[in-house]
Design a protein around this ligand. Structure first.
Ligand SMILES: NC(=O)c1ccc[n+]([C@@H]2O[C@H](COP(=O)([O-])OP(=O)(O)OC[C@H]3O[C@@H](n4cnc5c(N)ncnc54)[C@H](OP(=O)(O)O)[C@@H]3O)[C@@H](O)[C@H]2O)c1
Length: 384
């Protein structure tokens, strides 16, 4: 059977690696995967090359000027504005859009009863209470692409009664480029320092999130939303080699872990092939050279964003949406050189302190919460 794939965020880190997996699988078994649709923000040159290689039926480009430019440069493919208009073409939709902009793809893929290969954690975090009921749509399922949640997904398959048998989820964190450093030492770090991730090559937003441990915090909320595990049963352990991607501890004391060398090709392939495993091996381990695996507790005083995410998750309602929006604003400002690295956590603390306690019951509520939190974060940044 041919699996039809719609790829949202095709020009980014997840997007281009998804196309690597499709290419590799089709080399082994021609016609295994067809890319029916591509979506991007504005990176037209990359999109043109992808259209030439993968011949999608439809392409969505968010930026209006870029969309018109693409229409001038390419023929024989339908060009639309909104990523959600490509969903119907596919069996599986990969959401590799960055940030809150990925919300529509997450919601409409589930509403359409399709498999969602979810890399865009921000949509699930911001809209958890509204996304959850959509998972009951016949045919709808989320298969996580985030490597930690993909690891948990694989570990949880070993239990027939996870509700009864899971004692805790252990999310591993590389620790990012600033592992082991004090808050004082990090006062003046620059954008280039924060972008120098030791084990993963990713887009800029998630790379900065990894340097603050906000990424791990958001992943704690993501794990809670995906698996329904209470926050006091989700722990984070720093593991600098990024070989153990996460673990599940069971009621009988067993811990089951998923290991592979750090590459996103593996979790992307897992989500594309699920419930089968793809035939191309990615990230296999040479056990004769892998000399050690280290683990340590996270430094919550220096990396305040991790604790903040637990706080927001426990508050629930729109608090995770507020935190995620505040973080997006702060990270963008940091990348533009307008605030210091330490201020990312300061902005998030200040925004979360103003949370209004709302519970979202519709996507409109989630969008409103995102906008309110962004406005507050922007004012806080301006006042810095
Ligand atoms: N990269 C990783 O290894 C990794 C690992 C785990 C999870 N994730 C998650 O995956 C998601 C994507 O991360 P990434 O690192 O791949 O980001 P990235 O490299 O920055 O790529 C982002 C993609 O989103 C598109 N995009 C941006 N704004 C858009 C909009 N308004 N509408 C439609 N598309 C838009 C971009 O298009 P343009 O290029 O045209 O702007 C690009 O294709 C994030 O949620 C991240 O947390 C990533």
């Amino acid at each position: 059977m041919t699996t039809r794939v719609a790829l949202a965020g095709s020009t980014g880190s997840i997007g281009t690696q998804t196309l690597d997996v499709v290419r590799a699988e089709n080399e082994r078994a021609p016609g295994s995967y067809v890319v029916t649709a591509l979506t991007a923000g504005s990176s037209i040159d990359t999109v043109v090359a992808q259209i030439e290689e993968f011949s999608p039926e439809v392409v969505a480009i968010a930026d209006e000027a870029a969309r018109h430019e693409l229409a001038d440069r390419i023929s024989g493919v339908e060009i639309v504005a909104d990523s959600v208009d490509v969903i119907e073409t596919a069996h599986v939709v990969v959401n590799g859009v960055v940030g809150f902009a990925g919300l529509g793809v997450t919601v409409e893929t589930l509403r359409a009863g399709k498999r969602l290969a979810l890399a865009n954690k921000e949509s699930l975090i911001a809209a958890g209470p509204v996304v959850q009921p959509l998972r009951a749509t016949p045919g709808a399922e989320i298969v996580p692409v985030d490597s930690e949640h993909c690891a948990l997904h694989q570990c949880l398959r070993s239990s027939v009664q996870p509700d009864r048998e899971v004692r805790r989820l252990l999310l591993t964190a590389s620790g990012g480029p600033f592992r082991g450093q004090s808050a004082d030492a990090l006062a003046d770090v620059g954008v280039e320092d924060a972008l120098a991730h030791p084990t993963w090559s990713m887009g800029p937003k998630i790379t900065i999130d990894s340097s603050t441990l906000m990424n791990k915090g958001l992943e704690v909320i993501e794990a809670h939303e995906l698996y329904g595990t209470p926050y006091d049963q989700i722990d984070v352990v720093v593991h600098p080699q990024s070989v153990v991607h996460s673990m599940v501890e069971f009621s009988d004391g067993s811990t089951i872990a998923q290991l592979s060398m750090p590459t996103m090709h593996l979790p992307i392939g897992y989500a594309l092939g699920y419930p089968d495993r793809i035939a191309t091996p990615f990230g296999t381990i040479d056990w004769t050279t892998l000399s050690r695996l280290d683990f340590e507790a996270p430094d919550l005083a220096t990396f305040r964003c991790l604790g903040l995410a637990y706080d927001a998750g426990r508050i629930g309602g729109t608090a995770p949406a507020w935190l995620s929006a505040a973080n997006e604003v702060a990270v963008e400002c940091f990348l533009e050189g307008n605030i210091r690295w330490n201020a990312i956590a300061d902005v998030c603390v200040d925004v979360l302190e103003r949370h209004d306690g709302a519970i979202p019951t519709s996507i409109g509520d989630v969008i409103e919460a995102d906008q309110v939190a962004r406005r507050i974060a922007e004012k806080i940044v301006e006042a810095q």
